[in-house]
Design a protein around this ligand. Structure first.
Ligand SMILES: C[S@@+](CC[C@H](N)C(=O)[O-])C[C@H]1O[C@@H](n2cnc3c(N)ncnc32)[C@H](O)[C@@H]1O
Length: 267
């Protein structure tokens, strides 16, 4: 365990691991996550559905010929992590996970020790030069070929002042055409559109304020702007549950989750 890992302060990566049924979380994480679940019991369903979206996105990217992936804000590699999906489709797929949290990096590094085609870098995803210029970045990501960029459930931890949109522009500039972006984000409500209503949001925010990450709720048009110069592809920016297809399809009677996701392409 790296010395900078604080076990007393709830950590969003470990809370996310708890929502997904993982084992890499501590009492402080579970206590806060249970508080969030009491206010919004569908939080765990949201985390799982987000993983379905990432799984679907990796499959679509793979079908389009993408064989290298950049998983930004990757989180703790609980079951169904993108590198597992990509390498199950083609063992030659290369995956670079990026996360700013030491706890994520230490777990991921241990898990990937025997996986020469996947690695992890500890970085703020906005530091594009550090991510792509790192040893693993240069070894795993061929800038001449399309990259599948995954930004699942991450940009809502960045305020507008932290310029998440600029980071997306920077990656767009650095990657080859044909690269794809998969992005998911929580949304606030606008009159019964499935977004999170203010009363619930404020109580969830109060809890997250005690953790390593403050939530930034955005409207659907604000999330659409985060795609920057990447062009959305079918079905566009859609409610998260729409990405659960086939055997994983969501119950059509269940109300939408307060999150949206989309897949986009660099022409
Ligand atoms: C909710 S988890 C999402 C994990 C995974 N992407 C998924 O969709 O299942 C968010 C992760 O983003 C990481 N994160 C938040 N802000 C970040 C930033 N600016 N740079 C890198 N990682 C970040 C957190 O440490 C956490 O592991």
């Amino acid at each position: 365990m790296p010395s900078e890992v604080d076990l007393q302060r709830p950590n969003v990566a470990r809370m996310h691991d708890y929502y997904l049924g993982g084992a890499h979380n501590f009492a402080a994480d579970r206590e806060l996550a249970d508080g969030v679940l009491r206010i919004f019991p569908r939080t765990a369903e949201l985390a799982r559905t987000n993983r379905f979206f990432l799984r679907d996105a990796v499959r679509r990217m793979h079908a389009a010929g993408v064989r290298q992936f950049l998983d930004l804000g990757a989180g703790i590699p609980t079951a169904g992590a993108p590198h597992v999906i990509a390498q199950s489709l083609d063992p030659a797929c290369r995956v670079l996970a990026v996360d700013r949290e030491a706890v994520v990096v230490s777990h991921t590094r241990a898990l990937l020790a025997d996986n020469p085609l996947a690695d992890v870098v500890q970085a703020d995803l906005r530091d594009v030069d550090l991510v792509l210029g790192s040893g693993p970045g240069r070894r795993l990501i061929d800038r001449e070929k399309p990259v599948g960029i995954l930004v699942g459930g991450v940009l809502h931890f960045l305020s507008d002042g932290e310029e998440p949109e600029k980071a997306i522009f920077d990656y767009h500039r650095e990657v080859a055409s044909g690269s794809q972006l998969a992005l998911s984000h929580v949304v606030s409500s606008q009159e019964g559109d499935g977004g999170c209503p203010p009363g619930v949001r404020e109580r969830v925010d109060d809890l997250y304020a005690r953790s390593s990450g403050k939530l930034e709720w955005r409207t659907v048009p604000e999330v659409a702007r985060l795609f920057g110069p990447f062009a959305l592809v079918d079905p566009g920016l859609a409610p998260l549950g729409c990405w659960r297809t086939g055997e994983y399809a969501a119950d059509s009677a269940s109300p939408p989750l307060p999150a949206v996701a989309g897949l986009a392409r660099k022409r």
